[in-house]
Each structure stands twice: as C-alpha cells, then as structure tokens.
Design a binder for this molecule. Structure first.
Ligand code: ASP
Ligand code: MG
Length: 417
C-alpha cells in the first residue's frame, strides 16, 4: 500500500467550506487506495493574530509561552478536518505534534525537527485511518511545545513524508505550481512540470515564495518527491481524478528530469541591503575584522566584492545583508571602525537581487556573459555579482527589478510562445 502525505496551507483551510473541500481531496486519495497522512496549517491569518497577541501582551516574552500560543491555530484545523472527514464517512483522527511525537531541538520559535516516531502512525494509516497532523509544531527536549518558524508546516509535511517513506508529499496551496518566474511581473511565465531539488532550493532561498527553504532542504536530503499543486481545483476535476496528469510541479531528483533546460527560472529578492566601506587598509585581517563581528551577531553576509580604490593604495569593500539586518550591520561596522580602519561608510536599501537558476548551467558556458550583456543593453547597472555552479545573482537598483526580470526571462527563452 503506497503512503501519501498531503499538506494544506492556511488559505486552503481558511474557512469551513474550504476545509470541506480539503476533505474531498483527502477522500479521493483514500478511495484510490492510498494510506494517507494529512498535515495542515492554521486558518489563514490565524497565526498572525496569535503572534500579535503575544507581542501586545509583552514585547519581550518567554519564547516557550509564545510557542504554546501560536501552535494553537493548527490544533483547531486538525480537529475540524477530522470532523469533516468523519462526516463523509472517512475514518480519521487528529494528531498534535506532542502526541506522535514530532521531536525537535529546543530553539523555541524556530525549532528544527530531529526525529519522528512513525511506527504508530504507519500502523494507523495502513489500517485505513487518515491521520490529520498539526503542522508547524513539535515537542522540545524540555517536554514543551515548540514551533518551527513561520511557514513551518511545509517542513512538517516533508518530515512526516520522510519518516513514513511516502511515495510523494503533495503540497496543496493557492497556486498551481512553481513558475519560471513571478507571473505578476512576467505574465508570460510558465508553470514548470518538474524542478530539481537543488534548483528549488536556490529558487526558494533567492526569493520564490512557494515553499519554505527548510522544507526543500529536507526534501533534498531525504529524497522526498514533493508535488506543488492547487487546492482550489474542484476535487473531482478530470485532471485531478487521474483521467489526465494532475496539474502541478514535481520537485524531484534531477535524474527524473529528461528535458533539462540550461536556465529553469528567474528569482528576485527585495530583502537586500548593500554596505560599502571606502578606502579600507590593504592589509591582512581586515576582512576578519569586518565579517567576524557580523557573523557573531548572526547576520548572514551574501555577496562580497572587493576592489582597488580610486587612490590605488587602499581597497573598497562592498557586501550585502538581509534588509532586516541592515541597521544592526551598520552599527556593528561603526562599533568596530577603529579596528577595521576605513575612509567612508555607505549603505543603500533600495536594491534587489535578481538570480538566474538552472542545473543546465553546469554544462553550458557563457550563461553569465549573456545575462551581463542583456542587462547592459537595457542600461541596468550591476552593483555586485555572485555565482555558484547552478546560479548567477546580480544586485541592481530596485527601480529596475521588473525590467531586469523580464529581460532575463525572455533572454533564456522562458516566455510562453
Ligand atoms: N501557521 C504557520 C504560519 O502561518 C505555519 C504555516 O502556515 O506553515 O507560519
Ligand atoms: Mg505556508
């Protein structure tokens, strides 16, 4: 009997009608003969409300109590979905994180899943009982409820799928798959039938919002085939019932992808800030003096460029940090200014990182050069560059985001004809 894990996000369980609709999707898979575990998020907006309660009660609050509050949203939807399924004659029960248990580390508010005891779960679902599991929550080493960080129910679903050795993890959401780029910017964007784990990891980390980064990491490590699909289709539509292939995007091993594109997608992230130190002494230890304190403050530095200053004797050092860490980063540099030694400090926040992603780049030279030429042709100035085997990222002025994304999307032939 094949095991399937289905995950439904907040918009898919936003009200009772939507939950009934979810129950129909679940019943369809049960009727098809699968052993089914379902992971649900809280109703849309519910977690935000709970987070707001904690903040209003006390801006600085006990993270263990925060977890106890914000995990409550998922408790409601698991119970309601189990009731909806029972009403339809499907045997189902709800499971909270601590009941399985889903064991996590002790980082309250941003815990990592460490282990799931799937023995009992497996017995129940193979005997025909649907398990409706609360996403986003687990049990910490202190025997208290933990939560996995915002958007964490994707990670819960992939972890349950890994523990059950499921054939697939279906992520039902409010879009019908992963697109070559954001369709709001490029209406000609295409839905991708398949994306390799590594590509998806880059796309999620570089700004695509469909899946939580940690969930993709876990899918890659455990080889969990993950299918992103829409929960808004009628549960009995022909493409859903199996008359045709269901519509969606499969995230899988690259060996499963026959037609490999050189470039798979274009992502962009507005969550960037650029910091430049002018006239830095050209001597050993400077980079350590700049980046050591930033690392100690848990600030992720991304793009780094160093070049010779106009005076020819010193260097200019420029790098990017997440927008939310900009003020802290500037403060850290100023606090260490004596040790670093520089002539000027500049920062900008209206910058955007645009990235070109594709596993095919490994075997194709010249992809980056093409991008640089195309952007130059549009008069778009590149402020910084980083590359890996399967991606090229450029930092540009935010005003040019749409133009750059559109230009690169057509350049690599990703537009629908
Ligand atoms: N309900 C949680 C959140 O809003 C988890 C999730 O939806 O994935 O972040
Ligand atoms: Mg989500």
């Amino acid at each position: 009997m094949s095991r399937l894990v289905l995950k439904f996000g907040g918009t898919s369980v936003a009200d009772l009608d939507r939950i009934r609709n979810v129950a129909c999707h679940v019943k369809r898979e049960v009727d098809a003969g699968h052993a089914v575990a379902v992971v649900v998020s809280a109703m849309a907006g519910e977690t935000n409300k709970l987070v707001g309660f904690c903040r209003d009660m006390a801006p600085l609050h006990d993270a263990r109590e925060y977890d106890s509050v914000v995990a409550a949203g998922e408790q409601v939807t698991t119970g309601l979905l189990a009731i909806a399924l029972q009403t339809m004659g499907v045997n189902a029960r709800s499971w909270l994180g601590w009941q399985l248990p889903i064991r996590t580390d002790g980082a309250h508010g941003a815990a990592h899943i460490e282990a799931i005891d799937a023995k009992l779960l497996d017995e129940r679902i193979t005997s025909g009982q649907v398990a409706v599991i609360a996403g986003f929550q687990g049990l910490g080493p202190d025997n208290r409820i933990t939560t996995l960080g915002r958007g964490g129910s994707d990670a819960s679903a992939v972890a349950v799928a890994a523990a059950l050795n499921a054939e697939r993890c279906d992520i039902y959401t409010d879009v019908d798959g992963v697109y070559t780029t954001d369709p709001r910017i490029v209406p000609a964007a295409r839905r991708l039938p398949k994306v390799a784990y590594e590509e998806m990891l880059e796309m999620a980390s570089l700004g695509a919002k469909v899946l939580q980064v940690r969930a993709v990491e876990m899918a890659m490590v455990h080889g969990v085939r993950t299918f992103v699909r829409s929960s808004f289709d009628a549960p009995d539509a022909p493409e859903i019932v199996g008359a045709n292939e269901p519509v969606g995007t499969l995230i899988c091993d690259e060996d499963e992808i026959v037609e490999k594109n050189t470039v798979t997608g274009i992502a962009y992230s507005k969550d960037e800030a650029q910091i430049t130190l002018r006239h830095v002494q050209d001597k050993p230890g400077v980079a350590a003096a700049v980046f050591g304190p930033l690392a100690d403050a848990n600030i992720n530095v991304d793009m780094i460029v160093q070049n010779v200053s106009e005076d020819g004797r010193t260097t200019d050092l420029t790098f990017t940090v997440p927008r939310s860490d900009y003020e802290r980063s500037m403060a850290s540099i100023e606090a260490n200014s004596e040790e670093i030694g520089f002539g000027g400090l500049e920062g900008v926040t209206d910058v955007v990182k645009v990235s070109v992603i594709g596993i095919g780049m490994r075997s194709h030279a010249g992809v980056a050069a093409q991008a640089f030429r195309a952007l130059a042709g549009r008069n778009i100035n590149i402020r910084a560059i980083t590359t890996s085997e399967i991606k090229i990222s450029v930092l540009i002025d935010a005003a040019f985001t749409e133009l750059a994304v559109r230009t690169l999307h057509s350049l690599y032939g990703l537009d629908t004809q």
